[in-house]
Write a protein that binds this ligand. Structure first.
Ligand code: DAH
Length: 356
């Protein structure tokens, strides 16, 4: 029996010392596999005498069972230990504060566009849009700016390219939002009351000019609209926008698409080197306006003998600079994150609708 005892100790020891599942499997094959030591011993039973077999048989079977259960137990223990190791290594503190994520901000142009839209919506103006690549008809001719008119040259227009031999007039990047007037009248007729905010383009670049900038056009057509309505609407708008009552000054001017035409200044002060709107005795030019020219109404398919109205065009970027004290227009479009964080708005900042 000592031979079996030795064998038993040998295998139980080896199993106890196995350090991972792979070496445990090797041990199983070496002991109990087809050519394993214990399996071979079982096979020897056949050559024994009946008496020998009676003793050796149960002993070997018991040994086989014992080794088998030692293997199973060790395998479970190794599995537990491996899981413990993993849990220790992959431990995660779910109570840690989350990693900081940078928040974006709303660009002042977007914010001001929202503010302007909200104020005019309050006065019954709907929002209209038009294409940024315009035909030369909508950008100029329909607005009573014929081919030879100096306004075309003054506007530093960007023209698109036409193929060689194609003599149709080239499309332009719209130089103002005024073509939306024509498109809207054509599609909707009169009466109407709209604003059209959007991008416009001119080949110009300095502290107060960028090749792309933003305007908001206004158009109100009805049977008896006059300059008096225009003045009220604009004063109402500027007072709501700047949060204080703002006086306006109308100066006679000339635009091909309005008759009469006026440039409008708002009251401001320059005290202390910064401009403050709504106080003081100085004036700041902020927009062009007038009564829509009969030819423009006609181009929009509206009978000038029946309808009349006012139009205006304001620079949105200019408004943003004035309201939020931003000195250089070029920085608006540099995409400098420091600038955007400084002058940008949180996504939940509501348009300022306070009326002075
Ligand atoms: N379109 C003009 C510009 O870009 C601005 C303007 C002036 C628009 C008078 C108007 C207007 O609607 O009536 O300079």
């Amino acid at each position: 029996m000592t031979a079996f005892d030795d064998l038993r100790h040998l295998w139980l020891d080896r199993i106890a010392q196995a350090s991972d599942e792979a070496s445990l499997e090797e041990l199983r094959v070496a002991a109990l596999g087809k050519k394993g030591e214990i399996s071979l011993k079982m096979r020897e039973l056949g050559q024994m005498s009946a008496e020998e077999r009676q003793v050796a048989g149960p002993a070997l079977n018991a040994l086989k069972d014992e080794v088998n259960s030692a293997l199973v137990a060790k395998k479970a223990a190794l599995g537990d230990a491996a899981l413990d190791e993993r849990l220790k290594a992959e431990w995660l503190d779910v109570t840690l504060p989350a990693r900081h994520r940078r928040q974006g901000s709303i660009h002042p142009v977007s914010q001001v566009t929202e503010e302007v839209t909200a104020i005019f919506a309050d006065m019954g103006f709907a929002v209209a849009e038009g294409p940024q690549i315009e035909t030369d008809f909508y950008n100029f001719d329909a607005l009573n700016i014929p081919g030879h008119h100096p306004a075309r040259a003054e506007m530093d227009t960007f023209y698109t390219h036409r193929a060689e031999g194609d003599d149709r007039p080239p499309h332009v990047l719209r130089t103002h939002t005024s073509p939306v007037q024509i498109r809207y009248m054509e599609a909707n007729g009169a009466p109407c009351r709209i604003i059209a905010p959007g991008r416009v383009y001119r080949a110009d670049y300095d502290q107060t000019h960028t090749p792309m900038f933003h305007q908001v056009e206004g158009l109100a057509i009805d049977k008896d609209i006059s300059m008096a309505n225009l003045k009220w609407v604009l004063e109402e708008f500027f007072s709501a926008f700047f949060g204080t009552s703002v006086k306006t000054r109308f100066r006679a001017s000339h635009f091909p698409f309005t008759e009469p035409s006026a440039e409008v200044d708002i009251q401001c002060s320059w005290e202390g080197g910064t401009v403050k709107v709504g106080e003081g005795n100085d004036w700041l030019e902020v927009l062009g306006s007038g009564m829509v020219h009969p030819k423009v109404l006609q181009a929009g398919g509206i009978d000038p003998n029946e309808w009349q109205g006012f139009a205006f065009g304001i620079g949105i970027d200019r408004l943003a600079m004035l309201k939020y004290g931003i000195p250089d227009l070029r920085a608006f479009f540099d995409s400098d994150l420091r600038w955007l964080r400084h002058y940008g708005f949180a996504s939940l900042d509501m348009p300022n609708l306070h009326r002075g």
